[in-house]
Design a protein around this ligand. Structure first.
Ligand SMILES: Nc1ncnc2c1ncn2[C@@H]1O[C@H](COP(=O)(O)OP(=O)(O)OP(=O)(O)O)[C@@H](O)[C@H]1O
Ligand SMILES: NCC(=O)N[C@@H]1O[C@H](COP(=O)([O-])[O-])[C@@H](O)[C@H]1O
Ligand SMILES: [Mg+2]
Length: 393
């Protein structure tokens, strides 16, 4: 039970991170009458444009983060990105604030080391072989141990930033320098992972709520330079692959706990399922659920964290998503081709409203449904290819 937004009895949700995923979370929360506050490192972020109010703050600065939270006194703190001062979230939780799904889940997943050690060493889940390094010298030793090709990533980064494939020992220095530029926080640690030659990769959206744990139909996706460009649902899998995937998802989400939607990333080969990583929040590849499910991943997250039941999750139709990315820096641009994209049957477009383009920055997505995933993929791609960014400067 709660009062109207902006009244003394409102239920207040504060988002830490206000990108395209947070924007949809805010919209879903508002459908249930929740007051929403969006926070990010820059002004006019997508979720800020739809929230009741917003704050611009460096979320890696624990003191600054605490000030905003103590000022707002939200009922729910909802991390939307990894790069947050998570030790402060752990403290706030111990003082009685509710962090979604738990402060510990946010702390462990902000850092690839935390989540990888939990998955592989504590839970014994199958993962690529891995090692960590804090300097170029240590990286050389780690690559020698793991072998080439391998994947090198900053321990704190997302959407493929700072990530590269190291094919021969000659690549090590380039990979190191790239990781140093791409990490979100000023930390030098990197993870070296065995390169898995998977047949396909999926996100298994897994929602923990008062109704128990439920799984969405698997989402297949294609990544380029460590970032997603295309996803579809359902991804065709054998019964054994589904069973193994759900078992991994159950183990990792039970260990992280709380209520909310998780995106469990898995690599599939004919005879193995590998755990890759997990987001304790809606996943970018899961935007497809806005076209395929009765409750999107955003609606599921909001229901779960508000403590409401989720009796069923229904896939209504096969569908696909395809992203529009910028290719240079600009604050003076227009997005066109929306009409042409919407002329593709059974297609929707989400324009995120980000105020600035950057090379590789995701600016919009096309969503399509169809009788088959392959048809939906064709439509979404066709629609996304109609979209274009025209730069004035
Ligand atoms: N060990 C690996 N072997 C083969 N491919 C990999 C490996 N690790 C990562 N990749 C590829 O790179 C993609 C991005 O990697 P990962 O999910 O670790 O990065 P990320 O920066 O956390 O991305 P996001 O935040 O978008 O989930 C994976 O989805 C996969 O396609
Ligand atoms: N893979 C994680 C992911 O997709 N996160 C989404 O991207 C935003 C950051 O975008 P930006 O880097 O363009 O500001 C985040 O706020 C979140 O919505
Ligand atoms: Mg990932």
């Amino acid at each position: 039970m709660y009062g109207a937004p902006l009244s003394g009895q409102a239920h207040k949700m504060l988002l830490l991170g206000s990108g395209e995923l947070g924007k949809e979370v805010v919209l879903e929360a508002q459908r249930l009458g929740v007051e929403t506050i969006a926070v990010d490192r820059y002004a006019h972020a997508p979720a800020m444009q739809v929230a009741h109010r917003s704050h611009v703050v460096n979320m890696l600065d624990g003191e600054a983060l605490r000030r905003i939270i103590e000022q707002e006194r939200p009922d729910l703190i909802v991390p939307e990105i990894e790069a947050i001062a998570t030790p402060t979230l752990v403290e706030l939780e111990s003082e009685g604030y509710r962090v979604v799904p738990t402060a510990n889940a946010a702390r462990l997943t902000m850092d690839r080391e935390g989540i990888r050690r939990l998955a592989a060493e504590t839970l014994g889940l199958p993962t690529a072989k891995y090692a960590f390094a804090d300097s170029l010298e240590e990286l050389r030793a780690a690559v020698a141990e793991i072998g080439t090709p391998c994947v090198i990533k900053p321990v704190m980064s997302s959407s493929g930033k700072g990530q590269s494939v190291c094919r021969t020992p000659e690549d090590i220095e380039t990979s190191w320098n790239y990781a140093m530029e791409g990490g979100r926080a000023k930390r030098t640690r990197v993870i070296v992972e065995e390169f898995i030659k998977f047949d396909s990769e999926i996100t298994l959206l897994t929602v923990r709520s008062v109704s128990g744990t439920a799984y969405c139909a698997p989402i297949g996706h294609i990544q380029k330079d460590g970032d997603y460009i295309e996803s579809w649902q359902p991804h065709e899998m054998s019964a054994a692959q589904i069973e193994a995937s759900q078992a991994i998802a159950k183990a990792i989400t039970d260990a992280l706990g709380g209520y909310g939607l998780y995106g469990v990333e898995l690599f599939l080969s004919t005879d193995r399922v590998y755990f890759s990583e997990v987001s304790p929040r809606p996943h970018d590849t899961g935007m497809v659920t806005m076209a395929t499910q009765d409750l999107s991943e955003f609606a599921l997250h909001v229901r779960a964290i508000l403590g409401y039941p989720i009796p069923t999750v229904r896939l209504l139709t096969p569908g696909a998503s395809y992203t529009l990315k910028a290719d240079r820096d600009s604050t003076d641009f227009r997005i066109g081709g929306i009409g042409e994209a919407l002329a593709v049957p059974n297609t929707q477009v989400r324009v995120f409203g980000k105020p600035e383009t950057k090379p590789g920055r995701r600016m919009a997505v096309a969503l399509s449904s169809a009788d088959t995933t392959s048809q939906a993929r064709e439509q979404a791609k066709q629609a996304a290819e109609k979209l274009h960014i025209d730069y004035t400067s």
